[in-house]
Design a protein around this ligand. Structure first.
Ligand SMILES: C[S@@+](CC[C@H](N)C(=O)[O-])C[C@H]1O[C@@H](n2cnc3c(N)ncnc32)[C@H](O)[C@@H]1O
Length: 184
């Protein structure tokens, strides 16, 4: 939890002030501590030491996770169907759109994170996995969390078979955290 406190303190320092901003941060702090998101973030951040690599966060809106990626020196791009609701520093880019229509150049990203998003793709979940595979560089890392009442380990294994090798999986308070490496 100490780690998460550091992240929240850092958000407070980055300087978007005002009551609304404070309220968002206060809510984020409360939510992170109480929702199990702390465990998901901790699982994912283990794979993301400070380094200048290119990362895509899918399903960015409503989360402060991209600030942490920026803080860790990643070249950071977020994508979400919904508009990102806060002002962002110039170093972070966010695109409003569908992952499945992203048309990015293949093998662009070193890392892709997808925190609690796959369950919204419904029957297109396999398409999303294939798109992540296409966008990752060879040996790129894919970091995923999903609610355990929507997917179990075997379903995810089957969904990613042929595209990714599983590095690790871990239950994170109601979610399943999985780390994959792209198969070449
Ligand atoms: C539960 S929220 C994600 C939470 C966030 N990643 C976090 O760390 O707290 C799910 C997000 O996925 C986005 N989403 C769902 N389907 C998507 C798609 N096909 N392409 C891009 N974003 C999508 C939704 O708009 C929503 O903002």
């Amino acid at each position: 939890m100490e780690n998460i406190q550091k992240i929240v303190d850092w958000y407070k320092q980055i300087g978007f002030c005002g009551w609304l901003r404070f309220r968002t941060l206060w809510f984020a702090h409360w939510f992170i501590q109480n929702s199990g998101l702390a465990e998901q973030w901790s699982f994912i951040l283990k794979y993301l030491p400070y380094q200048e690599k290119y990362i895509l966060d899918i399903g960015t809106t409503g989360s402060l996770f991209i600030y942490e990626l920026d803080h860790r020196k990643y070249r950071t791009l977020g994508i979400d169907l919904l508009l990102y609701q806060e002002e962002l520093p110039d170093s972070i880019s966010v695109i409003t759109g569908n992952l499945l229509d992203s048309y990015y150049t293949p093998e662009t990203f070193d890392y892709i994170t997808m925190i609690s998003v796959l369950q919204f793709l419904g029957k297109e979940d396999q398409k999303a996995i294939i798109e992540v595979y296409r966008l990752l560089k060879p040996n790129g890392i894919f970091l995923l969390t999903v609610p355990q009442d929507k997917y179990n380990f075997l379903e995810l294994k089957e969904l990613t078979q042929g595209y990714f090798e599983i590095l690790e999986y871990q239950p994170c308070r109601g979610h399943l955290g999985m780390a994959f490496i792209k198969r070449s």
